[in-house]
Design a protein around this ligand. Structure first.
Ligand SMILES: O=C(O)c1ccccc1NCC(=O)[C@H](O)[C@H](O)COP(=O)(O)O
Length: 272
């Protein structure tokens, strides 16, 4: 059965063709950021006292429509970082998420922490583009990529110094796609893309199956310190939150409030 991902990817493929004409690879390679030293998402999530929060800038989504159309990228992302987020995620897809590449570049100019380019990567061009706009990491989604494509795109990302977060939804995707030569973090998405329902049980059930060499990230539907405590106890070190922050008029303040709650979490919920 097809999901929203199939619709998004079909659109993406058309979009890439026209982008390539507008901004050929040579132009991407001449960007200020192309030779910059990237920051390690893996390191920022796992260092001592990291909140593990990957705070997302997300204006709209297929499941919710507009969430926050007018939040400014500068104030929101700088606020996230000052609040104690370990890293940022910026949605650059325009059609389905209301984002743009310039949002990521703006976040880059205002922040010194790793930035994940959140988009639907199916082509080498998008990896080069991620590097050229100032990203430190890219997302690859197992549901839309064959293992050979993950290998090819992941190795290209690595050769540019970008880290790869591989997103999976179940044990089958994990078994077929986890490739340590191409990927350094595994993200389990708690959103069911058939009906958009959300359940942390997806992350909790898959935790033990994720090989130890990958940093574990839980994505979507997370909104409380208590949930993060549960996920930490299961071995997760990264927590990707979008809507829980962006549905507020001042997303960065919601992030600061959550970080305060995390500081007060009992130590027993943090893995050794
Ligand atoms: O958010 C959606 O509705 C969505 C639908 C289809 C594909 C991807 C989608 N979201 C992308 C994401 O991965 C989330 O923005 C991210 O995990 C944060 O999720 P949340 O905290 O639930 O906003």
């Amino acid at each position: 059965m097809s999901t929203i991902l199939d619709t998004i990817v079909a659109h993406k493929r058309k979009e890439i063709a026209s982008r390539r004409e507008l901004r050929p690879v040579k132009l991407l390679e001449s960007s200020l950021y192309f030779n910059a030293q990237p920051l390690s998402l893996r390191q920022y999530l796992t260092r001592a006292n990291s909140s593990g929060l990957i705070a997302e800038f997300k204006r709209k989504s297929p499941s919710k429509g507009w969430i926050n159309r007018y939040a400014p990228v500068e104030r929101t992302t700088l606020g996230y970082m000052q609040a104690g987020a370990a890293a940022l995620s910026v949605l650059t897809d325009a059609e389905f998420f209301g984002g743009q590449n310039e949002d990521l570049t703006t976040a880059r100019r205002f922040n010194f922490c790793p930035i994940l380019r959140k988009d639907f990567v199916v082509d080498e061009y998008q990896v080069l583009e991620a590097k050229s706009i100032g990203a430190d990491a890219v997302l690859l989604i197992a549901a839309v990529l064959a293992p050979a494509e993950i290998d090819r795109l992941g190795r290209l990302a690595r050769s540019l110094g970008l880290e790869v977060l591989l997103e999976v939804h179940d044990a089958e995707e994990l078994a077929r796609s986890a490739n340590a030569d191409a990927v350094s973090l595994i993200g389990v998405n708690n959103r069911n893309l058939h009906d958009f329902s959300l359940s942390l049980d997806t992350s909790l059930a898959l935790a033990e199956a994720i090989p130890a060499e990958f940093v574990k990230v839980s994505e979507s539907g997370i909104s409380s310190a208590q949930a993060i405590g549960q996920l930490r106890a299961a071995g997760y070190r990264g927590f990707l939150l979008g809507e829980a922050f962006m549905r507020h008029a001042r997303p960065e303040r919601a992030c600061a409030a959550l970080v305060q709650e995390l500081v007060a979490l009992p130590k027993t919920t943090v893995p050794a």
